[in-house]
Write a protein that binds this ligand. Sequence first.
Ligand SMILES: Nc1ncnc2c1ncn2[C@@H]1O[C@H](COP(=O)(O)OP(=O)(O)O)[C@@H](O)[C@H]1O
Ligand SMILES: [Mg+2]
Length: 481
Amino acid sequence: MLRQLTIRQRILVTFLAIVLTGSILQLLVAGWQIQLATLEFYQHHLETNALLVASGLSEPLEYALEGKDDGSLQRILTVQQSQLGHDFLLVDRNYRLIASTNTVGYPVQNTVPRTPEIMQAESGQIGADVRLNPQNVLTLFVAAPVLYESHPLGFLVLSAPMQPVYDDVARRWLGLAGAALPVLGLVIVASLWISGTISRPVTNLRNSALKMAGGALDTRIEVHSSDEIGQLAQTLNYMAGQIDGLIKAQRSFVSYAAHELRTPLTTLKLRADILADERVPQQEKAVSIREIRQEVDHMAELVSSLLTLTRIDEGRHKRSGTVTDTVAAFHDIARHWRIEAVKSGLQFETSIAPNLPEIPLSTNDLRLILDNLLGNAVKYTPEGSIQFQVEANPDHVLIRVRDTGIGFTPEQAKHLFERFYRSETSHTRFPGNGLGLSIVQAILMQYKGCVQGHSEGINKGATFEVTLPLKKTARERQGQQ
Ligand SMILES: Nc1ncnc2c1ncn2[C@@H]1O[C@H](COP(=O)(O)OP(=O)(O)O)[C@@H](O)[C@H]1O
Ligand SMILES: [Mg+2]
């Protein structure tokens, strides 16, 4: 049930529950004690009165018992009744009625029955009892012995209704409850305030998050505190920034891709027009056909690069396989690129360590990485040489591709691995789509490897280094622990 409430309501409910239980318990304890004290005080007051009146009755009663009653007993009782407001009844030791102001509570004939208070008074103490009188009124009866030289001559019974004292008790209860009300009000106000300070920032967070979800990713939540809510706000801001960046990158990726595809399409259209034109000589058409083939190759390459990147982005390009015959695999690749280098009039030097371990990488991925790096080296080196080195280290294999080509500036170096990035020189002088190095990096990240490019500057050649971590055998891992 609590879970369906808002944080604010939960705080309110909890606060109120605690305060209400506390107040009610305190009220009960205090009220009960006050009630007991009030009742005790009342009884004590009546007992004192009974004792006082009884002490004044000794002599008149002695006379009366000797048969010399002159009505003074009845007078005393009547006077006391008018002064104290209680009813009195006087009996002798045999419960014979001597005098009374009222017979309420005592079915009086000549004698009265043995009531609990009189029985207590017989043992010399003062007796008291609360019970309904014959008129069904709750009444307090107090009996005191009338002593003459320490011997009881009779008993004085005093009776008074309990209602006034109960009314008094009820008034006190009400007073107590009334005093608790302002405290309760204060607690409600305080808990409203505290719950507000907690729930307001949460509501703000929620509203901002909703705005972000609605597309306003540049919305930032104002952070006013460093508590948990402040930290959550910071995290949300950070998340919005990251998503914003990702979406922008995605958009520019799509727009770059579309742009890259449009240029060759325009070329294709123009060449197709030439082919369709009957006036164009056959020789020229042959050129157009060659150009169409080149453009289609270029587009096919672009589309396959895009597909590879998308596969990696979507997490579908899983790391897999192992190159077991490592040395042979590297020599294979080197053989292919030596032919390409020689075709371009370049020297190609190979240095492949003879003791290469297995590397945890699929042969396809290894080929993709090296074709890109060696392809770049051949493409961006107008003259000179290319070095292809592979070294084995205890925990990784280092591949180095060095050329004497166009090189790049430190500023350009920062962007080499960005998607679609091409330096100005390469853009104008060499074919390409600017995706090769980003593919190399994305693949290597899957294997926890890395790639770095260095250059001394423009026309000073370039070096690309790939680090491929080795899979540790179980025994090696144990040895390390
Ligand atoms: N070996 C290199 N020498 C000089 N510049 C290079 C070399 N390799 C890559 N670059 C620069 O990095 C850019 C990105 O390379 P890449 O991602 O392979 O795309 P592409 O080769 O299609 O241009 C290239 O356009 C070029 O400017
Ligand atoms: Mg390339």
